[in-house]
Design a protein around this ligand. Structure first.
Ligand SMILES: Cc1ncc(COP(=O)(O)O)c(C=O)c1O
Length: 545
């Protein structure tokens, strides 16, 4: 912590503690801290310029061998400068350069540089929005930010927002850690509204699921969602006690959207069984693997007909609503009962920020909790209706980013992602060794390399192109993705699509969200894949299929 000049080693003492808890007041200590900030801002900024950092240059095994200590040293081991330098020199170079325009494999990407400044403010203020006594204006500011995103989703009129934005009894939404907790929050509310208290019992939250189901004469609870859903839905069902086998995967159509006829038939079938209750139907606005958007209007119609909670998982696609050009792709989202959005995805916020929104400002009453020391009945503490307790004030980051970017700035990012993905799809179709497996509806697409001799119309993928889906082609693409990743110049992810009526298909998955990713860069990624195939994979293949 500090160097004891007489003994020349670091010591923890009260004088040093006093110093680290005080804001710097002398010019000299200000200069020192500013120097550290420079080191952080620019030292980190330079890291991994050369490649995307998923190389095998240093194996994970080797890296793991450097971090095996499990003891906390009794004496301070490092100064702040040591720690910062060590992170910059030893950790950052082996982290992943998600900011690279050649890193197009995941939903984690570059963020505007001002996010570092905004996050620093959040840390410096260290507000805790769980209760007003530790956040005050930040809590009311947060309500305003939630109202802005709620309005983007549900488009109620001025009167609605004037009434609810700061009304203590209303909850338009809630910040949580991530999309997983946002989905869990939505289903938690839906579960409690499905099993409310009656004169016979105190409700599912109080008396538990067994009592709730017994009281309603129900033996099974179901959640209906496309077979391309994110696994957080299964997690949520596990946590909520209905079991993850309660999640019924609905087949997708040839555009990877929930098949509405299958949903209708499933709902009809379930309606005939008085012992089954449907907790929610979930539409996805931007599936994790293919970026497809379920038919939200049609799902909403069915939910209203059957009186079922309609949740939209827009963790990925939500911010598309900011684009005048593409907002229409999410038509029907405004009819949802609840919506998940991730700030750290297409709002380009730093890790991590999830949000859940409810059409009904009183929906979250179903999960209200009070405590004697905070969150007392009648208080305006945001922790009353929230899955999480203490948390950082990420609303300040989102609110500021919305001010800095405006919807116009975000629209440019969204439009760039979708337009570039479409151009990439065109390029893939143009090349004879590649097959576009799922076209981009938003800014995600999947494709694979299928050498000509391995294309046989007999084995169909179910997609428009008739090509083999043999194990060999799957293995080629597994190897191709691994070799490209290890080379470290660029990164495209890989997944295995499992869709009803289609054979298991290993695909390469591109997520285009970095505004610096250009069609030229994407062409060079395909060139690299062709070269890897020709040089490293083709020579090892049998001559004939
Ligand atoms: C559609 C969808 N929903 C939910 C999630 C979960 O989000 P998180 O990783 O923030 O928990 C993801 C993550 O990729 C997603 O794509």
């Amino acid at each position: 912590m500090v160097i004891d000049k007489t003994k020349k080693h670091l010591v923890a003492n009260l004088e040093a503690l006093e110093r680290i808890f005080h804001r710097p007041d002398s010019d000299q200590s200000r200069m020192v801290l500013t120097k550290y900030m420079e080191q952080i801002l620019f030292g980190l900024h330079d890291f991994l310029r050369e490649n995307v950092g998923i190389t095998e240059e240093i194996s994970l095994k080797e890296l793991a061998s450097r971090f095996t200590s499990s003891e906390i040293a009794q004496r301070p081991a490092k100064t702040l400068t040591d720690v910062i330098s060590e992170i910059i020199e030893e950790i950052a170079p082996h982290a992943v350069n998600v900011s690279s325009p050649y890193f197009v494999g995941h939903m984690t990407s570059a963020i505007p540089f001002f996010m570092v400044h905004l996050n620093t403010i959040v840390t410096a203020l260290n507000q805790n929005p769980v209760k007003l006594e530790t956040s005050k204006v930040v809590s009311v500011y947060e309500r305003q930010v939630l109202a802005k995103v709620h309005r983007l989703l549900f488009r109620f009129n001025d009167d609605f927002y004037d009434t609810h934005v700061q009304k203590p009894e209303s909850t338009l939404g809630s910040f949580v850690e991530d999309g997983t907790l946002a989905n869990l929050s939505a289903l938690w509310v839906a579960r409690n509204r499905l099993f409310p208290s009656t004169s016979a019992y105190a409700g599912v939250e109080q008396d538990g699921l067994a009592a709730a189901m017994q009281t309603r004469g129900v033996r099974r609870v179901r959640v209906l969602v496309s077979e391309l859903c994110h696994y957080s839905i299964r997690k949520a069902s596990g946590v909520l006690g209905i079991g993850n086998s309660a999640v019924i995967p609905i087949a997708v159509d040839r555009n990877n959207r929930m098949d509405i006829h299958t949903l209708r038939n499933t709902l009809e079938e379930l309606r005939r069984d008085p012992e089954t209750a449907v907790l929610a139907v979930i539409g996805i606005a931007g599936t994790t693997e293919t970026g497809s958007v379920d038919p939200l209007c049609a799902i909403s119609d069915l939910c209203r007909e059957h009186g079922i909670h309609f949740h939209v998982d827009a963790a990925w696609g939500g911010p598309v609503l900011l684009s005048q050009q593409y907002a229409g792709l999410l038509d029907g989202i405004e009819r949802a009962d609840s919506v998940t959005i991730d700030g750290h995805k297409q709002f380009y916020l730093p890790m991590s920020n999830g949000m859940v929104f409810f059409r009904d400002p009183n929906a979250m009453d179903a999960v209200a909790y009070h405590a004697n020391y905070i969150n007392r009945p009648g208080s305006v503490d945001l922790g009353i209706r929230s899955l999480v307790g203490s948390r950082s004030a990420t609303s300040m980051v989102l609110g500021s980013a919305l001010d800095i970017m405006g919807s116009g700035g975000y629209a440019l990012l969204i439009d760039h992602g979708i337009d570039t993905a479409r151009a990439f799809a065109k390029e893939i179709r143009r090349r004879k060794d590649f097959e576009l497996v799922t076209a981009p509806e938003l800014n995600i697409l999947t494709y694979r390399l299928v050498p000509e001799q391995w294309r046989t119309p007999a084995a169909l993928t179910g997609s428009a192109d008739a090509v083999t889906c043999s194990d060999v082609v799957n293995r080629i693409n597994v190897r191709l993705q691994r070799l490209q990743r290890e080379a470290g110049n660029s990164f495209v992810s890989r997944t295995t699509l499992r869709r009803t009526g289609c054979p298991e298909t290993v695909v390469l998955r591109a997520v285009i969200m970095n505004p610096r990713t250009t069609p030229d860069i994407l062409r060079s990624i395909l060139d690299e894949q062709e070269a890897i195939f020709q040089e490293r994979i083709a020579p090892t293949l049998p001559r004939e299929p």
